[in-house]
Design a protein around this ligand. Sequence first.
Ligand code: SAH
Ligand code: SF4
Length: 430
Amino acid sequence: MNVYDSNRMANMLDQMGLTATNRQKDADVVIFNTCHIREKAAEKVFSDLGRAYQLKLERAEEGKDTIIGVTGCVVQAEDKQILKRAPYVDFALGPLRYFRLKEVVQEIFNKREMQLLDTEFSAISKFDLLPENKAEGGCSFLAIQEGCNNFCTYCVVPYTRGIEMSRPVEDILKEARRLADTGSVELNLLGQNVNSYHGEDINGKERNLAYLLNKVAEIDGIKRIRYTTSYPADVDDDLIACHKNLKKLMPYLHLPIQSGSDDVLKRMNRRHTKGDYLRVIEKLKTANPDIGMSSDFIVGFPGETDDDFKQTLDVVNEVKYIQAFSFKYSKRPGTPAAVMENQIEEKVKKERLQILQDLLFDYQTKFNLSSIGKVMPVLFEGKGRHARQLTGRTPYMQNLYAEADNSLLNKIVNVRITGASTNSLSGEVI
Ligand code: SAH
Ligand code: SF4
């Protein structure tokens, strides 16, 4: 979601005549789009800001002004502290307020002394206020839903991104067509709980994600569709049917379980058990036997016992994820879990994470190795490290490197897989 927001911000700055630079020293405007989901991400912002301030001082000696801005969820959660800890920041806009970027940057360019903080939750959606965007490349993110009403006890999202809201169907289709017209062949529909989508169609009728996926699939230029992230309790039968009927829908689904223990899930305030989750996966596999699964895991949630943790490993052994993301539980201020009893020692969290990741990487490596010899349609998205090398993704989100001409960039091309490791594949263009 932050990548999507950053792209929209870059697009707005581009419209003001500002161009992106790889050298921070050259930047007249520096914006940090921040994440508050775990402590590590949130703290990194302050060291990055400190470095940006040093550059600002160096540039000032050369007579150049530098505007420093912060956007994203850290602003929402730590609003006044940001200006206190980093008083040189010129503006701070919450994740729902960055539609003001153009106006704010322009105003600061005009009269330099202002300092602005805006973290309002307004009734008008930011999507109605943002200027039109265009494709970033062959694959584009498209936010269709934002915010969350689930209030998992460890999570800051409902507080930083606000309550759940779905964009209207027609607005999404308009953006999807524009992204297709400007070069995207793959769309990844985004939401904190994307499958709780319930936007209105042109007649004011509420529609679900399955309806939207079918509509997006009707767009000729779009060849591949993904959606992320899904909440297990909200996977309905219409959505499962899409995995059977919609050829453009990729056979890969990120469906986080967080923990394999029903006790832990309950204390996390998740609206599903391990059994519910496994039943959803069974249905998905019946709809499409080739589907590959991915998940998020949290280890060391308050009160997690060795047996709870073992149940998480059991789920991994049962589902055999082809990819996954796993994290040590991070105490977030203001969330119920932060004040729960039986917080787990850092040492235990670290050990559990290592054990879990070793197991996950095993399955991921096995899956990648099983791809050798197969021919897969790959969307080339970027240039590789070597000359005449491109990087892309398979339908299963595997990273792939191949020798290929630049003319194949942003195109879907058949590739024979010749090598595999834990994190990537190599192949030959056919
Ligand atoms: N809505 C999605 C996830 C959004 S947050 C869902 O419910 O599945 C992305 C991931 O960050 C979560 O799946 C979770 O694994 C992780 N996460 C969120 N809060 C965390 C915390 N306090 N500590 C560690 N990981 C956390
Ligand atoms: Fe956070 Fe996801 Fe739970 Fe919402 S459903 S509170 S985004 S973990």
